[in-house]
Design a protein around this ligand. Structure first.
Ligand code: ADP
Length: 619
């Protein structure tokens, strides 16, 4: 391509006119705009009409700004003026706007060295300046953020990891003051040289990948003392505008107390675990309401005939044969209620050598509570009492057989004794007859004892039966009192029978209970001569009480008297014969009839035994 310019001047004019750089030429003292290329007009926000005008008139907004004066100075002194990023207010679309220019006012001189015009070259750097400003502002904001942050933050710059910025939080963690700012990290914190941190920081610088540290131990010198502290922290690479890693932002959160208490907790947990595992008794620990088997010692595993694979499973998964038995619901109830459960001689069907076998246990489910008081686990300790239970069964069976076998000969001895007494009496030998009579009375006691033993074996084997009938309660009491009164000349049995109640129960068995109360009252009050029997109705129940003024029972032993074979111990035992079965049988009878049995007693003052039965209100 060949363009033919008419004159050199034309070319020159085009170059000026089309230049991206604003160019202006102001002639004479009055700065008449002789040249203003498109870019200059554009920067001013004016059109061609300003050409030929004085600068001050063309751009009235320059009044109050220094430029006209500067131009005059350049004109007079002949010294050029150069400005960088200078602020200029210019009218643009009728609005005064701020621009920034790099510009030169260059005096043009004639042959004589006199200034005749000023050449103005300018570059609009507004965008650049604004961008710089923004960076500065955001940097300031960033700094402020660091200082105000509630977490510890610091900026390390360059490969030397110069400590550029650190907020108070980080200074506190490091145990240092502001003097370390500007130092290399390893100068500011020399104690970390042989710790992993310089290496980690170097890795982050090189890889540009952030590093996260959890519960990390750091040995730091705080107030001149080296100590171990724990942190969660981040080393986050900072990149410059080209994407190169130029520094690292450190954000740290000290968790020393948490870690220490966690460790202490772990330690105590481990100790607790060992205690469970080492316990010679079968012991286990369950968590959650699903009863997850958390710990079970070998003894417990043996008891279940399971191996450690059940640890971590729920009881229902781990020991499926227990589903449908009472234990899982009992444990869940302990979780919910927080109330311990204890059982004596409770039967459980367990897999032993692949066969479901009945075993008996004494065991406790004890809820464990956390600091807030909520149940977080259940401790289970058990003793296998299968052997004892089996022995007891054998003993009970023996007692049953023995008492049954004794009963027949004793009954016939009694019959012979009665016949013998009658025969001797008719022969007129009163002395011998009375001896035989005494023998008969002793035989009554013997029958009574054998009867008690039989009753006990019936209770044990669950074979105690009741033949309920309706009867007038007070009449029964009166009959029995009359009978028993015949057996004692020392005691006067007084009655206050006011229940007027009808009950539906086994009359004979209830009679047995009243006889037991009365004979105990007589037996245990040898120094007294009165007994009071009362009956009355309270809240739909008929209550019978037998009061004596005898030896009484101390408070701490009272709850034991209804136990099988229990006899209040001490020297007195020999004085008062008995097997310790009467009250046990009585309480089984009363409970079997759906009633209650209890006592009031004061040592050396006497006792009152009570039972209560439902009144039968039907016709
Ligand atoms: P036993 O009288 O044959 O020993 P019981 O079962 O009737 O057996 O009574 C259990 C124990 O309770 C007795 O051994 C005695 O120590 C105590 N006991 C029962 N009744 C009385 C009473 N009225 N006063 C004082 N102690 C009594």
């Amino acid at each position: 391509m060949h363009i033919n310019f008419q004159t050199k001047n034309d070319l020159f004019n085009i170059l000026i006119e089309e230049s991206e750089m604003p160019i202006g030429l102001y002639v004479g003292q009055d700065m008449v705009i002789s040249v203003a290329n498109k870019a200059m007009l554009n920067a001013w926000g004016k059109d061609d009409s300003v050409k030929g005008m004085e600068l001050a008139a063309a751009l009235p907004e320059l009044e109050g700004q220094p430029f006209i004066q500067i131009l005059k100075d350049v004109f007079e002194t002949g010294t050029p003026y150069e400005a960088k990023e200078d602020k200029v207010e210019l009218m643009n679309n009728g609005v005064l706007q701020t621009f920034y220019f790099d510009f030169i006012y260059k005096p043009l001189k004639d042959d004589k060295g006199n200034v005749w015009a000023i050449l103005n070259n300018a570059t609009d750097v507004t965008e650049l300046v604004n961008a710089k400003q923004q960076v500065k502002e955001s940097e300031a904001l960033f700094r402020q953020m660091i200082y105000d942050a509630p977490v510890a933050i610091g900026i390390l710059r360059g490969t030397d990891l110069i400590i550029e910025d650190v907020n108070d939080e980080l200074l506190k963690i490091w145990g240092k003051n502001k003097d370390i700012i500007g130092l290399k990290l390893i100068e500011g914190l020399p104690e970390i040289i042989n710790q992993p941190f310089p290496g980690l920081l170097k890795d982050v610088l090189e890889s540009g990948v952030a590093h996260y540290g959890y519960e990390t131990l750091a040995t730091l010198e705080r107030n001149g003392v080296l100590g171990d502290y724990y942190f969660n922290f981040v080393y986050d690479p900072i990149r410059d505008k080209d994407g190169a890693v130029s520094g690292i932002m450190v954000v740290a959160n000290e968790i020393t107390t948490q870690v220490i208490s966690k460790n202490a907790f772990k330690e105590s947990e481990a100790r607790f675990r060992n205690l469970v595992l080492e316990n010679p008794m079968p012991t286990a620990l369950y968590e959650t309401e699903n009863i997850v088997i958390k710990i079970a010692n070998n003894e417990m595993l043996k008891l279940w005939d399971k191996n450690i694979s059940i640890i971590g499973k729920t009881m229902a998964e781990g020991i499926p044969e227990l589903v449908g038995q009472p234990f899982i619901p009992l444990l869940q109830e302990v979780f919910r209620s927080g109330i311990a459960y204890h059982a004596d001689q409770q039967a459980a069907n367990l897999m032993v050598n692949g066969e479901l076998t009945e075993r008996w246990f004494n065991f406790t489910y004890k809820p464990l509570r956390d600091a807030e008081g909520s149940v977080y686990a259940i401790l289970h300790a058990a003793i296998d009492v299968t052997k004892q239970v089996q022995l007891q069964k054998q003993k009970d069976e023996f007692l049953g057989i023995a008492s049954h076998e004794l009963k027949t000969p004793v009954t016939s001895i009694k019959a012979y004794a009665q016949v013998l007494e009658r025969m001797i009496r008719s022969e007129g030998d009163e002395k011998k007859a009375n001896m035989v009579k005494r023998m008969d009375l002793q035989l009554n006691r013997l029958t009574g004892l054998i009867g008690d033993l039989l009753d006990v074996t019936k209770i044990q084997s669950g074979k105690m039966t009741f033949n309920p009938m309706k009867f007038e309660f007070d009449f029964l009491v009166q009959d029995i009192v009359d009978d028993v009164q015949h057996t004692t000349s020392q005691h006067k049995i007084n009655v206050e029978l006011a229940s007027n109640a009808t009950v539906f129960a086994d009359k004979e068995r209830i009679g047995q209970v009243i006889i037991n109360f009365l004979s105990n009252a007589i037996k245990y009050s040898t120094d007294a001569n009165e007994i009071l029997v009362r009956s009355y109705v309270k809240e739909g129940e008929v209550i019978l009480s037998v009061r004596d003024y005898g030896i009484g029972i101390s408070e701490e032993l009272q709850h034991l008297v209804f136990d099988q074979f229990y006899r209040v111990s001490g020297n007195l035992q020999h004085t008062y014969p008995g097997l310790g079965l009467g009250l046990y049988i009585s309480s089984e009878i009363v409970k079997g009839e759906g009633g209650k049995i209890w006592l009031d007693s004061t040592e050396n003052e006497g006792s009152t035994f009570y039972f209560a039965l439902k009144v039968d209100y039907t016709n």
